[in-house]
Design a protein around this ligand. Sequence first.
Ligand code: PM9
Length: 458
Amino acid sequence: MDYKYMAEPYKIKMVEPIAVTTREQREEALKKAGYNTFLLDSEDVYIDLLTDSGTNAMSDNQWAGLMLGDEAYAGSKNFKHLQEAVRELYGFKHVVPTHQGRGAENLLSQIMIKPGDYVPGNMYFTTTRAHQELNGATFRDIIIDEAHDPQNEHPFKGNIDLRKLQDLIDEVGAEKIPYICLAVTVNLAGGQPVAMSNIKDVYALAQKHNIKVMMDATRCVENACFIKQREPGYAHKTIKEIVREMFSYSDGCTMSGKKDGIVNIGGFLALNDDDLYQKATSLVVVYEGMPSYGGMTGRDMEALARGMYESMDYHFISHRLDQVKYLGDRLMAAGIPIVKPVGGHAIFLDAKAFYPQIPQDEFPAQMLAAQLYLQSGVRSMERGIISAGRDKDGNHHYPKLELVRLTIPRRVYTYSHLDVVADSVIDLYKEREKVKGLRFVYEPPVLRFFTARFEPIK
Ligand code: PM9
C-alpha cells in the first residue's frame, strides 16, 4: 500500500518520560544556559532536536548485542563483527575503530596532511575542518553554488563543482592536495545528497591527478536513499547495493556511527591502502586504544555492527526521510522560510529570512533557537555564523547560510511530536518582527558554538 508518509516501522516497547515545563521555568533555564541551546540541561527539554548524533533509539537486536560484548583488551570478537560489517556493507579493506567520528578525522588528518596542503570539500563540517586546519591545511569549499542558496531546489545540492576542483588543482598543484573530503550527505548545506554520477566523476578526476577521495560517511545511508528516490537508474537497486557502489568510488572514509550507524557512541576510519592503515594503527594506540577497539568497548562495537546492517533496510531509511519531509511540508504550507529541498536528517530554518531585522553578527539563528526553546521547550541548534567561527585574522566567517537546525533523532519521536514542533515554529513566525539579536558574553577560541554564552541586545 502507498502512504503519503510511512508510519513508524517499529513498535515501542520501552519509554522514557520527557519534561513538560512552564514558560517561567524555560526562561530561567535559558538564562542559565547563556542563550546557548547546547548548554541547556536535557531535563529542561521537551522535544530534543539539537542533533541526531548519538540520540538514536537502538533496536532490541542491538541491545541484545550489548550483552555479547567481548571486553578482551585485544582481539575482541566484536571487532571482527564490525570489520565484517564494514567490509560487506561499505567495501573497505581495513577498519580502525574510534570513540566517535572526530577521532577518525583526527587520525586521517594526521596521517595524510602536511602543513601548507589544501583539502577541498563539499562545504565544511565544523569538527572535520578543525582537524584539517590543526594539521596545517587550508580548507577550500568546492560545493556547487546552488548549495549556498536556501531556495534552490537542485535535487543533489551536495554535489561537487568539478570546475572548482580543477581550478584548485591548477592553482596549487595536485601534490598539495592529499585528499578530497567528500561528505555524503552534506550536513551544513541542509542534509543535501550527492548524486552517484557526481561521486563517480569526482573520483575519476581525482584518480587522473593521483589524489585520494576520502568520504565522510556519517549519513551515507540517507544519501543512498535519496539516490534511489531521485537518480535515474537506481529505483530498483537496494540501499545496500547503492551504498557499496558509492564507496567503490573512494579510497576510505571517516564515520560517525552516532548517525547512520544507529548507536549512541562510536565511529571508525576505514581505508583500502595498507601503508595508510599501518600509519593509522600506530597513531590510534596513542589517541584511542588498541587497533582492535580504538575508543570503543566490545559491546559498543557489536551494537554498531548490528546497527549498520539495520540501516540498510529500506523501510527504516524511507520512514526516516518521510518524518523529515512531514515536518518540512507542514512548515512550507505555513510559509515558513526553510532550506529546500528538504534534506535527510533535519529541517533547516532560514534565520536570515525569519528575522531580516537582525544583522548576521547579532546572531539571528542563535536567537531563533533560543526563542523556539522559550516558546515550547523544543531544542534546536544554530548552524550559521557562530558555527562558522573566525578566520586566521580573527574576523567572523560570514556563511551565506544562517540556519537553525531541527534535527530528527532516529526512531525516537513520532509524527505527533513533529506537529508540536511545527505549531511552535508557526506561532513564532507570527511574532517575528519584535525580536532583536544577541551579543557574546563569553567566546571560546575553537568550536565556539559548543560553549559560548550570550545575552539579548536590549
Ligand atoms: N555531527 C551533528 O550534530 C555532532 C557534533 S557537532 C554538533 O550534526 C559530520 C558530517 C557530522 C559530524 C557530527 C561529524 C563528527 C563528522 N561529520 O560527532 O565526532 O555531522 O561523532 O562526528 C554532529 P562525531
